[in-house]
Design a protein around this ligand. Sequence first.
Ligand SMILES: [Zn+2]
Ligand SMILES: [Zn+2]
Length: 246
Amino acid sequence: MSVVSEPETEAESLNVLCAICNEFYNANDIIYSTSSCGHIFHLGCLNRWLRRSTTCPQCRAVCHRQRIHRIYLNFAARSHNDDNDVERLPIQWVPIDLSDPSVAIELDGAIQSGSTPQGYDTYVARAYYQEDLLPGGYVPQARAVFASHGCHARQLNSIVDLLILTDCEYKWETSQNGQVPTNALVAGYSELGEVLYTGRGVHQGHTILGKVHPSHRVLYMPYNDQEVSARTYEVLVVIPKEQAER
Ligand SMILES: [Zn+2]
Ligand SMILES: [Zn+2]
């Protein structure tokens, strides 16, 4: 045990909260501002809110989905003391802006599973597309997430989330007809607000990452330019080790 010392400095950055999820912003968060009133939120939080409302969650000024824009904050390096306070969540969807070529993409803790029809490895991810948040597979060689939507495969290379696990066990559980195991990982949503899950299926001999769409009773997968479906598939289940040991 080391001797506990007084904090050397005050926090070097402001502790600013997203009013929707009540979490502090971190350096790699994707933060958006409303255009009229200027309140800021996480992109994911704001998108979910604006699917159901046309007002700012903080001040209720009129706010439409098309009237938001990204902002960039300069975060100071965290002090030694701050770092000790940071608790890494076991399950994280880490946001990445793939349109920025300077962003290095760390695959430590990412889940590799399946491939594209061309044989490139895919990693569990999800991507924003129109009103949906689509579970799919990140392909490092293409620097894009492959997902399916509206009968087409989509190659998405702007804002995506990569699943990063710390101290977790995970497994793929067989399921069918839109069903998922009770502890399946919630991965995205459809434009109607229905929850989507990460799944994988086999199509023409290839294991492909896709989305389980419960009300459609299938797993959808991107396959070349198309969206293909499977009635029988496997669903991703993640269990933090702490929870598993209880
Ligand atoms: Zn938030
Ligand atoms: Zn506002």
